[in-house]
Design a protein around this ligand. Sequence first.
Ligand code: PEP
Length: 249
Amino acid sequence: MRKKLVAGNWKMHGSRVMADALVGEIVENLPGGVEVVVFPPDVYLAGLSDRYGDRGLGFGAQDLSEHHALGAYTGEIAGEMLRDVGADWVLVGHSERRQYQRETDDLLAKKFDAARTAGLKPILCVGETLEEHEDGRAEEVIGHQIGVVIDCCGIESFRDAVIAYEPVWAIGTGLTATPEKAQKIHAAIRSQLAKKDANISLLTRVLYGGSVKPANAAELFAQPDVDGGLIGGASLVASDFLDICAAAR
Ligand code: PEP
């Protein structure tokens, strides 16, 4: 009922030449039966979507401004600009932005709202730090991160949205949550949504992110509440990313 989704977050990597080669190889070999989206740095979005926008691959941005209207916000990129250059998706609240840009839950709720207003589908990233994990507070932390967005934007706003559970201790570390642990958190996220709206809870895709590789993807994606993955490092190597996409079919 929920189509699997694999999203590749390139972070601050790439060049025009690399971006073109990577996307070119992905679109040539896209497996069917799974939705695939890549999130290059904004500066490459227009060129990539102009060239490859009709090849079945989706494009998204890694962040957006919380301001709804265009205006005097130096350095910011509005959701409608991202739409204009071919993005349909946007990441909201990746842990690197929470950590390095000190993005708070309240700010992220505004970004989530701005994304939807601009017609972008947000992927809300949530996850606990190593310390929170060791204290046994993962579900509490994630519940709060999602709860702030529900309180601000309403449960209806999750209708086209996706949630990515990304334990911070697993991102870029080579450590992965076991499939059972991931499933437990994903089920908790789904039951949090169900308390507000059973239908939305059933429809909302919950991705797992954190050192997903070709070797562990199939096992993670086989869990009943894991609807695909948000892939960092492995999304920069076409063959690895395509193997992960194939594992989601
Ligand atoms: C990410 O940055 O969202 C991520 C999951 O990274 P990695 O796959 O490299 O752990």
